[in-house]
Design a protein around this ligand. Structure first.
Ligand code: PLP
Length: 383
């Protein structure tokens, strides 16, 4: 018997890995010092922060000095996008992103537009991927930054980071990637992929909420302008006392993700295949959104003809999944990602996102697949 409710929303957040909690505990209790203090209590807390910085850097093949701690990927994205845009202004006033980015990237760009910057929003194909020729052609001498996410949070497709990095290097523009859904799940190498800035979130990788990081290439042409004024912590780029327990948690999450990446991938791929073949075997008129091949398997975004995601959520209270994207609260508009890949509003309303992760089990997948199939059939017979 499976414990209910079942959690299948790993793109919204992930449970804290108990191994992560164990690494955090000392900094929530005895090692309470301010890591910026110059005495033994401070040194002890700072030492923990520096171990974490190295573990984060190792996961993306960077140096520890290239990691800035933030409160999460939202802050990292704001710092990267606004920070670079403002630092490059006025000689450069243009940035490029994609229509399918996370809301915090799109809203950062919208804020820049309100302040006189120009932004190109690249469309994507039905597979959810940008066109590299279009990207190349969109870059002008006024372009400072290209910001293209790694793994899409709604449909799981993986953009071709290596090719994007190559284009940005050739055109001498900065390349930022929101890798909140990619870090620890697919191999990332900031040198090989020519990534200048990369955003990380703790709670998407079995770490704590409220912490993230930004990788910054040390010798990049442009260094971002800080968004916070204060004590000058994190090389002046992110003032404020850093939280050693949260940093230790993010570090541990990265270390474990590196050690367990292949094991996690095998586990998650196996369960995703199981879910997919059960649902596609049991139902007609369904489709997987986004590229079939270039994707992270832990994300299955499915469209069920004639059955709304909201109706499924209402009928399946024991299974936690999301209809469209849960990231924009109170949304009544169809998801901008589903619209960008060519779905109309009616189709977008009929989509659900199933997120499978490290703690998912075969029993949970079987229970969820059976019940989803039953409910879809039931709703369809009512039509
Ligand atoms: C969750 C997420 C974010 C926001 O991360 P927070 O750490 O919650 O601020 C940004 N981008 C993507 C792709 C995400 O999945």
């Amino acid at each position: 018997m499976t414990d209910l409710p079942i959690y299948l929303d790993y793109q919204a957040t992930t449970p804290l890995d108990p191994r992560v909690l164990a690494e955090m505990m000392p900094y929530l209790t005895g090692k309470f010092g301010n890591p910026h203090s110059n005495h033994s209590f401070g040194w002890e807390a700072a030492a923990g922060v520096e171990i974490a910085r190295k573990d984060i850097a190792d996961l993306i093949t960077a140096g520890p000095e290239d990691i800035i701690f933030t409160s999460g990927a939202t802050e990292s994205n704001n710092l990267a996008i606004k920070g670079i845009a403002y630092a490059a202004y006025p000689s450069k006033n243009h940035i490029i992103t994609a229509m399918t980015e996370h809301t915090c990237v799109l809203e950062s760009c919208a804020a820049l537009e309100r302040n006189g910057f120009k932004v190109t929003y690249l469309p994507v194909g039905a597979d959810g991927l940008i066109d590299l020729v279009q990207l190349d052609q969109a870059i002008t001498p006024k372009t400072s930054l290209v910001s293209i996410m790694a793994v899409n949070n709604e449909i799981g497709v993986i953009q071709d980071l290596k090719s994007i990095g190559k284009i940005c290097k050739r055109k001498k523009v900065m390349f930022h990637t929101d890798a909140a859904q990619a870090v620890g799940k697919i191999p990332l190498d900031v040198s090989a992929m020519n990534i200048d800035l990369l955003s990380i979130s703790g709670h998407k990788i079995y770490g704590p909420k409220g912490v993230g990081a930004l990788y910054l290439r040390p010798k990049a042409n442009i260094q971002p302008l800080a968004l916070f004024d204060g004590g000058g912590q994190e090389r002046g780029l992110r003032s404020g006392t850093i939280a050693p327990a949260l940093c230790a948690g993010l570090g541990a999450a990265c270390k474990i993700a590196k050690q367990d990446m292949v094991k996690d991938q095998n586990h998650i791929h196996g369960l995703a295949k199981r879910m997919k073949s059960a649902i596609f075997g049991g139902l007609d008129c369904i489709d997987l959104n986004g590229s079939e091949k270039q994707r992270y398997m832990g994300n299955l975004n499915l469209v069920f003809e004639g059955v709304t995601g909201d109706a499924l959520i209402k009928e399946l209270r024991n299974i936690a999944f999301s209809a469209g994207s849960a990231c924009s609260t109170g949304r009544t508009e169809p998801s901008h990602v589903l619209t960008a890949i060519g779905l109309d509003k009616a189709q977008a309303d009929c989509c659900i996102r199933i997120g499978i992760g490290r703690m998912s089990t075969a029993q949970e997948i079987d229970y969820a697949a059976d019940h989803i199939i039953d409910v879809v059939k039931k709703i369809r017979t009512r039509l």
